[in-house]
Design a protein around this ligand. Structure first.
Ligand code: AMP
Ligand code: ZN
Length: 461
């Protein structure tokens, strides 16, 4: 018997056995989606990949999953709290497009990247701007319950009305710097947050709506509480996001939901830890902005990034380096080639290896250990057909697409080979501009080059 699934719940700060709320129904999973004012960086995708693996592990355990993900296309201010500009309006100014156009553009780019990473699509993908009435109803209900007050710039949630406010983050409310109160404007408590912000008369926002309180737009947190409740009910199984969501966004989602219906919205609260760049926070605004497309342009298969994420536990931070990505690409390459050398003879999976694999993934998604079981299986002395079917089963969780991958084969003209060799050399010394130039030359000659750690593949366009 394998170990039953246990997940680390941040609300109770404990590893808890996973019991679905509805034993015969679907497991409800809500994951906070992208803010579509720009491309997502690879850090964002580390969180989305953790959530994809979580879904696959639930499915491995026999559950049907109903996954809901929102698209934040209004209300997320440049700080995660109530100060700064709406990221969408700012993105619109930066690009010269309308806020609606950039929402469209970056949502499409996000979905493309999801596909390139072999991620399963959510059952429901819901936009904040398509759910303004639901958010207004939500605010109206909690206003009736006495949690809402008006300030000069919006309708705010009174966190002092909730003795348990901040439980998820273990916030030390009394210890909050009283100096912050000076900058509170007319907020009653430092932790109070906006439910509805008024459009300033001189602001000329592109996204604003009428409401019982005045023309304006919803705060960022209310969209998730409203859409999660609409699509998954008053209390569902799992809610996820990145670790940055613990102190503000998820804390406030819980506060609002308790104020409306008296639940903490989800039974389990799981958070993916950050991908760092040069050991610092990866920000869209600072440093080199690494997208999935950046990796592709530098010759990496996006699945190598997926593999890299599988090598670290989701509750540890991971520092991104090109060396780490090279190592992941090597691992992926060896696994793909090793898998393809095995013939499919219809054998069953190996029960012992599968048991060990299940023990690890069910131990709060210990995927790095599960990956080690896959390597032991590939290198061990089981019959090839058994290895193959066992690895194929494991790949339902890893999502590396082992079965679909084909080793590339083409005969290549000498001059094309010479360009490719020069590019491989430039890439080795990380001379990206020369590598990009040679890639252009190859492209002009009608060839695409995909780098592998121990060489490269060429294919005709
Ligand atoms: P955003 O587009 O800013 O709303 O973020 C989308 C998701 O990415 C959220 O779940 C964030 O918590 C998560 N996230 C943001 N930065 C990082 C990072 N450096 N590493 C991992 N996840 C991140
Ligand atoms: Zn959210």
């Amino acid at each position: 018997m394998s170990r039953p699934l246990a997940l680390y719940d941040n609300y109770t700060r404990s590893l808890r056995p996973f019991e679905p709320l509805s034993p015969h129904g679907e497991v409800g999973v809500y994951t906070c989606g992208p803010t579509v004012y720009d491309y997502q960086h690879i850090g964002n995708f580390r969180t989305f990949l953790f959530e994809d693996v979580l879904k696959r592990v639930l499915e491995w355990n026999g559950y049907r999953v109903r996954h809901v993900m929102n698209i934040t296309d209004v209300g997320h201010l440049t700080s995660d709290a109530d100060t700064g500009e709406d990221k969408m309006e700012k993105g619109a100014r930066r690009t010269g497009k309308t806020a609606w156009e950039i929402a469209e553009l970056y949502t499409a780019a996000f979905l493309d990247d999801m596909r390139r990473l072999n991620m399963e699509e959510p059952a429901v993908l819901c936009r904040a701007t398509d759910h303004i009435p639901e958010q207004i109803d939500f605010i109206a209900d909690i206003e009736k319950n006495g949690y809402v007050y008006r300030t000069g710039d919006g309708m705010y949630f009174d966190t002092a009305r909730q003795p348990d406010y901040g439980h998820l983050a273990r916030l030390d409310i009394k210890g909050l710097d009283p100096g912050r109160r000076v900058a509170l404007s007319d907020k009653r408590n430092p932790t109070d947050f906006a439910l509805w912000k008024f459009a300033a008369p001189d602001e000329h926002r592109q996204m604003e709506w009428d409401s019982p309180w005045g023309r304006g737009f919803p705060g960022w947190h209310i969209e998730c509480s409203a859409m999660a409740q609409k699509y998954l009910g008053d209390f569902f199984d799992v809610h996820c996001g990145g670790e940055d969501h613990i102190p503000v966004h998820h804390t406030n989602e819980i506060a609002q939901t308790e104020a409306r219906i008296g639940t903490r919205l989800a039974n389990f609260w799981l958070h993916g830890y950050f991908l760092l760049q040069n050991d610092a926070k990866m920000a869209k605004s600072a440093g080199e902005f690494l997208r999935i497309q950046t990796l592709v342009e530098r010759g990496y298969d996006p699945i190598a990034f997926r593999y890299l994420c599988l090598t670290a536990h989701y509750r540890t931070q991971l520092n991104f380096t090109w060396d780490a990505l090279d190592a992941a690409a090597t691992g992926l390459d060896r696994m793909r080639n090793g898998f393809h050398a095995l013939t499919d003879d219809g054998s069953a999976t190996d029960a012992a290896a599968t048991g060990r694999f299940t023990d690890h993934i069910n131990d709060d998604l210990n995927v790095p250990r599960a990956l080690a079981v896959a390597w032991d299986t590939l290198r061990g002395d089981l019959a090839p057909g058994i290895k193959r079917s066992t690895l194929l089963a494991f790949d339902r969780v890893f999502g590396l697409g082992l079965a679909a991958w084909r080793p590339p084969q083409t005969s290549v003209p000498d001059e094309v080979r010479a360009l490719a060799e020069a590019r491989a050399a430039a890439r080795k010394t990380r001379n990206w501009s020369e590598a990009d130039r040679l890639r252009g030359a190859l492209h002009a000659a009608g060839w695409e080059m995909a780098d592998r750690p121990d060489g490269y593949d060429l294919k005709q366009r």
